[in-house]
Design a protein around this ligand. Structure first.
Ligand SMILES: [Zn+2]
Length: 221
């Protein structure tokens, strides 16, 4: 559930790594980096083990139990980022990434919180896992810069697509309005700048639309 304290702020940013507090954003952190509960009243987080930080074939027991505890917190409203990266140098094997991805999905289903996904040329694997596991919770691909064909594959599976300051305009123009999210991720700008850039390409993208989509994304299924 969303922390009721956030109701005063317009939650707009699916995914940021900017330092807390970020009242408009879901701050994405490794479980080991989460501030103590209540340290920043109203702040919400997502917690996950980034594929870049994995080693070996499975998540070590201590990291997995920290993740499990983190995603049960009231102020942790989503699971991730997790996902598949077939490009980043030094990433763990595909089997290791896939195991970790599946464990995040299982936790997301267990606690009834949506999944935030890192995807770098991993779209076929991610779509395949969604078809195999048939999860109930919502998924979002964060930082989407792909082509319309890739966007369409995700949208056809009901997966949200989150855009940052750099994006493919054709994909943005074609994505169904109810699946659009926005984010700042690691870029230095503000979410308002991202929304302005999206709105310049597609005028129906407004803070109101993004807020409504983000709240729907966060509603447990
Ligand atoms: Zn990120």
């Amino acid at each position: 559930m969303i922390n009721p304290d956030t109701a005063d702020h317009l939650l707009l940013d699916l995914h940021t790594h900017h330092p807390v507090p970020q009242p408009e954003a879901i701050v994405s952190l490794d479980p080991a980096q989460l501030p103590a509960e209540g340290a920043y009243p109203g702040q919400v987080y997502s917690a996950g083990i980034h594929p870049w930080t994995l080693a070996g074939l499975s998540i070590p027991a201590d990291r997995l139990s920290a993740l499990r505890q983190a995603v049960m917190r009231q102020d942790v409203v989503a699971v991730g980022e997790t996902g598949i990266d077939t490009v980043h140098p030094g990433c763990v094997t595909m089997a290791g990434q896939l195991n970790a991805f599946r464990q995040h999905i299982e936790l997301s289903e267990e606690v009834g919180k949506p999944l935030v996904i890192h995807c770098v040329k991993g779209q076929d694997i991610i779509a395949g896992v969604r078809r195999d596991m048939l999860p109930r919770q919502a998924w979002a691909i964060h930082g989407f810069r792909g082509k319309p064909t890739v966007m369409r594959m995700f949208a056809d599976l009901g997966i949200y697509v989150s855009f940052g300051i750099r994006f493919n305009s054709d994909s943005l123009l074609q994505v169904p309005a109810h699946l659009i999210l926005a984010e700042t991720d690691e870029t230095s700008g503000r979410i308002e700048d991202v929304i302005g850039a999206l709105n310049a390409v597609r005028p129906d993208i407004t803070p109101e639309l993004l807020h409504a989509n983000l709240l729907r994304f966060l509603t447990p299924l």
